[in-house]
Design a protein around this ligand. Structure first.
Ligand code: G6P
Length: 608
């Protein structure tokens, strides 16, 4: 959480910093600030609220001089959102300015030590101590001061630093928090994420943990933790600029919902060649795959709900046990995994702190780590034994949509690939399953087209203060995501229940007019679900059903019905989730919620 940027070049820095920060706002948006270095003086402007407030205060940066600067958009962890706690933080001698993403875990100990030496602190943040340490260690050499400071810090930190005595130099550090360098023509950048940079450059350098980089207008020099120079390769970003813009849609979430057929196509198509799945660069042979007697899926949020769907599909095709564990629980659970365990790590950003910790824990115990990640070069992608990318393009809205459905698509491919390689399914079955998967992009488009009037339903149901989602089998797994989508962006309380669990407690919450969203695509258990629908209706609930086209029975018991095209039930989640995303989107819109940036949330959760 928190986004950081930096610029050094010939142009006026402030407008560039502010524009880049806007692209990173999804990482946190409770306060923002920038520092500029000009005429051997650092000036800092910061405020609570969003980047547009900083834009207003500075005439979009035009009123601020300087060709070098750093910027920050904050998601508060230590200290409430306030002007004082907003970054950048300055040393008391005004020599250093620092922006930080991550958590300095030993900041209390360090702060107390500095306070006992008479150093005054001006904020409640863990970051400020970095500025004071820099000033304390500084003897005229900027890089040396940074190196000494970093060596006493514990925790996760990506830092951008200016020093008043070095008018053309910006130093950055990466340790367990994302940070990349953008290399331009007579200008260089730092940013938490590529989306901030693609309108300026496509050449990036990915830093490793512990590395320190010195940026000037014409040069980027990277050092390892012992201050030895490191040769770094530049990588090309192939995302296009439009991908990081709204492109005529009202919200990024809306745009990303409608991008899903293409994103899933991009994820699937290059991997199916001559009727077979080809995963380039996967190190696992058929023999390796056969040794796994268990799969553990770990992830957070929607990625873990994608894993819940994956479990049904993997177990069905592989006939080995599959567990889905929340990363935040797995990491502290003394988990039982060994070298016969395949761990699937799912993460859109590739930077989620708990997911990284869970994967490290499993790796240390011998598990083989196969990561499903969207962001190339991210921490999870680098740490995993194998990585398969979801080619969803940048996802900006905090609530994931295309991240989730591309994760599902890859999970299907992994399940079919493993089943085929380990001879659990025949060639004929493989072809049939792949044919079904290949239909997904077209059927997803059809689903979106079929549900264009869903905004009408949101007008009918937006005043419900508590909404329940029920389903069985894969429908239950999708209900978890449907419920999360609704609550995170509309602030309406919502819960998902395995329909069979209703009688064990939830039924007591059903009263007159309560909305229950019933997912009925899994037709093997349709009669059972119908009984559950009758149970809630008998207690006064209104039922909004989601069913496969051609299911006429569902109309008798539903207030409203949303349809999805018919598909192999193993892959139905990819269609069923679409009307649920739209439903959540329109309810939130109807209630005037800040859809792309829901309160208290951030997209990339890089702290515990
Ligand atoms: C945040 C996002 C969710 C996401 C979760 C896990 O909560 O808002 O959309 O599912 O983090 O993120 P990851 O990047 O690991 O998929």
């Amino acid at each position: 959480m928190c986004g950081i940027v930096g610029f050094v070049g010939k142009k006026q820095a402030a407008p560039i910093l502010l524009e880049c920060l806007e692209k990173l706002e999804y990482r946190g948006y409770d306060s923002a600030g920038i520092s500029l270095l000009s005429d051997s003086k650092i000036t800092t402007h910061k405020t609570t609220g969003r980047i547009h407030k900083l834009n207003e205060l500075t005439d979009c940066g035009k009123s601020l001089v300087g060709n070098i600067g750093i910027g920050h958009t904050r998601w508060a962890t230590h200290g409430a959102p306030s002007d004082r706690n907003a970054h950048p933080h300055m040393s008391n001698d005004n020599k250093f300015s620092v922006v930080h993403n991550g958590i300095i875990e030993n900041y209390i100990e360090l702060t107390n030590k500095l306070k006992s030496q008479g150093i005054k602190f001006n904020s409640e943040t863990d970051t400020e101590v970095v500025a004071h340490l820099l000033s304390m260690y500084y003897t005229g050499d900027f890089l040396e001061a940074v190196h000494k400071t970093v060596s006493v810090l514990e925790g996760s930190f990506a830092l951008g630093i200016l020093c008043q005595d070095y008018p053309g130099k910006l130093i950055c550090v990466r340790n367990s928090s994302p940070l990349i360098i953008g290399v331009g023509e007579n200008e260089n950048f730092i940013a938490s994420d590529v989306t901030a940079l693609i309108s300026h450059t496509r050449d990036v350098i990915y830093l490793q943990d512990g590395e320190i980089a010195e940026l000037s207008e014409n040069e980027v020099v990277v050092f390892d933790s012992k201050l030895q120079k490191v040769n770094k390769e530049k990588s090309k970003i192939n995302w296009n600029i439009d991908a990081a813009e709204k492109g005529g849609y009202n919200h990024f979430m809306e745009k990303e919902i409608y991008e899903q057929p293409k994103a899933v196509k991009d994820t699937i198509e290059p991997r199916i060649k001559n009727g077979k799945i080809v995963f380039d660069d996967l190190s696992l042979s058929a023999k390796d795959l056969s040794k796994f007697n268990r799969i553990v899926i770990t992830a957070c949020g929607s990625a873990s709900y994608a894993g819940q769907v994956g479990r049904y599909v993997l177990e069905e095709l592989l006939r080995i046990p599959v567990e889905v564990d929340l990363a935040s629980e797995f990491r502290y659970r003394n988990p039982v995994v060994d070298q016969n365990t395949l761990m699937l790590v799912i993460s859109q950003s590739g930077e989620t702190a708990d997911t990284i910790a869970a994967m490290k824990e499993a790796k240390a115990r011998g598990a083989h780590i196969l990561a499903i990640v969207n962001v190339v070069g991210s921490t999870i992608a680098k740490l995993a034994d194998d990585v398969l990318y979801t080619w969803a393009g940048p996802e900006i809205a905090v609530a994931t949509t295309k991240g989730y459905t591309t994760q599902l698509a890859l999970l299907y491919l992994i399940a079919i690939f493993m089943a085929e390689k380990t001879k659990r399914i025949s060639d004929v079955q493989t072809s049939a399953l792949l044919a079904d998967v290949e239909k997904l992009p077209e059927l997803m488009q059809k689903t979106l087209d079929m549900n264009q009037n869903i905004d009408q339903l949101s007008k009918k149901y937006n005043t419900n203060r508590s909404i329940f989602f029920i389903g069985r089998n894969i429908d239950y797994a999708v209900s978890l995501e449907g419920s999360l989508k609704l609550k995170e962006i509309s602030y309406i309380h919502s819960e998902a229940y395995a329909a069979g669990e209703l009688k064990h407690g939830t039924l007591s919450l059903i009263d007159e007019g309560r909305l229950v969203v019933a997912l009925c695509s899994y037709e093997k258990l349709f009669d059972k679900l119908m009984s559950n629908i009758k149970e809630v209706k008998a207690r006064g609930a209104k039922v909004l059903s989601v069913a496969q086209e051609g299911n006429t029975d569902i109309y008798t018991e539903s207030s409203d019905v949303l349809l999805v095209p018919r598909i192999n039930p193993l892959f139905a989640a990819s269609l069923v989730v679409l009307p649920l995303q739209l439903f959540a989107y329109y309810i939130a819109k109807e209630n005037n919620c800040d859809i792309d940036k829901p309160r208290n949330l951030a997209k990339s959760v890089t702290v515990e």
